[in-house]
Design a protein around this ligand. Structure first.
Ligand code: PLP
Length: 410
């Protein structure tokens, strides 16, 4: 007979309320809002009608009737779910066709279509490097690259954001046989574009593989929206086999999922070894059908990128003029991600609330998503917006800025 094990009276689970309270006290408690799209960039947020500057639907395609129709037709043809891993019976004709079209579009030999971007990076990295290998990671890389790096057990060398001199020194000093450099192509919270040509040149020189996460550049940058590699002319028959391109399909493409593209043998290796590909249910064919239509839209609707460029210029021009000597700082960014650094968490939250009272919804982004002391407003522009709407946003921000507020209270 075994002794009955006594049940402890207290538990670490009892600490959770106090830990949640501590997050709240530090202005770090995150709250979800229940939203419904109202069209043209407007959202119903907890029942309130707001103009939203928080979506990564940069081209305004998520609600496009042609994509919706393609998804419905896909559901009628294939059902709603894919039923199994792509290694079993989940690799539909729609998914296969999408992979071919994605590879052609980004100008690389082969592509592999995943159900989500986070799972792609978290799992592709451990498929490529392991214990004894070396990883080189920009300090501002997305959380899923960081998690993939940790999962891999490779030695991680972090370099300061965009400091490729440090990266060059780290690569030169490294004796590991397998080296992987990874970077956001467009940094998700700052909006700046990585120096891809120099990153790739360093990788060529040191026999490293370059993983570029283009979640925010695909569809937006480069000729016809072919992405950040295309923007630098690094695709096509002369593309390096040392680049692994990754992009997500839930942002500018307006649907969901992600893909990696690159050298055919490299992609075959990832097909064999990426656990989130093998051991996860394949992305539904209805989404692949919506994505195939979205790809054509992205390619042909040049007006969406032209509109975005106009909006970026209008916002930057107005904020630069209106926020001089406020201490608020608009980061340099040519992309639809425009970050306004205000400093502390409470100021960022107060600004977000103030804008909400103007009928505008712009998210405050706080640590740990961004470095401490750089709480910010992350303004995401979309082809669904108009110049007048963006100017309305800029004017509201200027009205709520420290200098203007002091003037009005003095
Ligand atoms: C959004 C994002 C991802 C994750 O993609 P999902 O498809 O949303 O899981 C990966 N990398 C970057 C840089 C992102 O911004």
């Amino acid at each position: 007979m075994t002794e009955p094990v006594p049940v402890p009276v207290s538990s670490w689970l009892d600490e959770l309320p106090a830990r949640l309270q501590a997050l709240d006290d530090a202005h770090l408690l995150r709250r979800r809002r229940v939203v419904r799209p109202l069209g043209d960039g407007y959202l119903s947020v907890d029942g309130e009608r707001l103009l939203a500057f928080c979506s990564n639907d940069y081209l305004g395609l998520a609600g496009d009737p042609a994509l919706v129709e393609a998804a419905c037709a896909g559901a009628r043809a294939y059902g709603v779910g894919s039923g199994a891993s792509p290694m079993v019976s989940g690799h539909s004709a729609a998914n296969a066709a999408l992979e071919d079209e994605l590879a052609r579009f980004v100008g690389l030999p082969r592509a592999l279509y995943f159900y989500a971007g986070f799972a792609t990076n978290a799992s592709v990295i451990p498929a490529l490097v392991g214990e004894g290998d070396a990883l080189f990671s920009d300090a501002l890389n997305h959380a899923c690259l960081i998690d993939g790096a940790r999962l891999s057990k490779a030695t991680i060398h972090r370099f300061p954001h965009a400091d490729l001199d440090v990266l060059a020194a780290q690569l030169a000093a490294c004796t590991a046989r397998r080296k992987l450099v990874m970077s956001d192509a467009v940094f998700s919270m700052d909006g700046d574009v990585a120096d891809v040509p120099r990153l790739l040149a360093l990788c060529e020189q040191h026999d490293a593989l370059l993983l570029m996460d283009d979640a925010h550049g695909f569809g937006v940058l480069g000729p016809q929206g072919r992405g950040t590699l295309a923007r630098f002319g690094l695709i096509g028959p002369t593309a390096s086999r040392r680049v692994l391109y990754m992009a997500t399909l839930g942002k500018a493409l307006g649907v969901a999922g992600a893909f990696v593209a690159g050298d055919a043998t490299l992609i075959e290796w990832l097909l064999q070894k990426t656990r989130s590909y093998t051991f996860a249910t394949a992305a539904p064919a209805m989404l692949a059908e919506a994505l195939r239509v979205s790809l054509r839209r992205v390619q042909h609707d040049e007006w969406r990128r032209v509109r975005l460029a106009d909006l970026v210029a209008a916002l930057r021009q107005r904020l630069h003029a209106g926020l001089a000597d406020t201490g608020w700082r608009l980061l340099d960014s040519p992309t639809p991600i425009q970050a306004l650094i205000v400093g502390d968490n409470a100021t960022a939250l107060a600004l977000m609330d103030g804008l909400r009272q103007h009928g505008l919804w712009v998210p405050a982004i706080r640590p740990p998503t961004v470095p401490a002391g750089t709480a910010r407003l992350r303004i995401a522009l979309s082809a669904a917006h108009t110049v007048a709407e963006v100017e309305r946003l800029a004017d509201a921000i200027i009205e709520l800025s420290p200098r203007t507020s002091q003037e009005t209270t003095a």
